[in-house]
Write a protein that binds this ligand. Structure first.
Ligand SMILES: [Zn+2]
Length: 213
């Protein structure tokens, strides 16, 4: 690792500030440019970040992928992909779904889970989320796979990478967190209509479960 580069920039030269304002080449990662947008533009997608969090200047720009940049003070903020986890709780041939009581996806079905906290492993996160939401302690976890997702919350678009785990349970949850969960739904994965699932990653996970049966 080079001493004069922060760790998060060391792997990818295209992230360096020197290259930031260069005209993008055909290999540029700036997909909006390839679609005919200027290399940098003020994003309407991140309206809550329209002022620099460092100097307060307006005109902060977004590369359309993950980087916010202030042209006044050069402050850069990476709106990186967040890790999230979800559990497929297997009760016989059925699984436990939650009906969401909060936006996004209020009233729709979801797998229990949530965001990974700082300094936490994905396994710790899924155990914690199930403890918090369903007051259950999980046994053996099996990693199923991951899927990208988009999570809209209070005007901000969060791109996530959702990691799915399954765990067998011998008893159904008796209590659940009513601030997040309207009710629990027990169903076979093949019985859950895709349009009733809150998020795309959940649809992908359930469809893979059905295919692998
Ligand atoms: Zn600034």
């Amino acid at each position: 690792m080079l001493k004069d580069q922060p760790p998060e920039r060391s792997k990818s030269p295209r992230r360096s500030r020197d290259k930031f304002n260069e005209a993008p080449s055909k290999n540029s990662v700036c997909r909006p440019h390839e679609k005919g947008f200027p290399h940098m533009y003020v994003s309407r997608d991140v309206g809550v970040f329209n002022r620099c969090p460092n100097c307060g200047a307006g005109g902060i720009t977004f590369d359309g992928i993950k980087k916010l940049y202030c042209q006044e003070c050069s402050f850069t903020l990476f709106h990186n992909v967040a890790a999230a986890v979800a559990a497929v709780l297997e009760y016989g041939e059925q699984i436990v779904l939650i009906k969401r009581s909060q936006e996004p996806g209020k009233g729709k079905l979801d797998l229990p889970g949530g965001f990974v906290d700082p300094d936490e492993s994905a396994e710790e996160a899924v155990r914690r989320e199930i403890r918090e939401e369903l007051s259950m302690e999980l046994g053996t976890l099996k990693y199923l796979g991951s899927s990208p997702n988009t999570y809209e919350y209070m005007g901000v678009t969060y791109k996530t990478c959702d990691l799915f785990f399954s765990s067998r349970i011998d008893a159904l949850p008796k209590v659940f967190d009513k601030t997040e969960i309207e009710e629990l739904v027990l169903a076979k994965p093949s019985e859950v209509p895709a349009e009733k699932i809150a998020f795309e990653s959940g649809r992908v996970c359930l469809s893979q479960l059905v295919q692998n049966v």
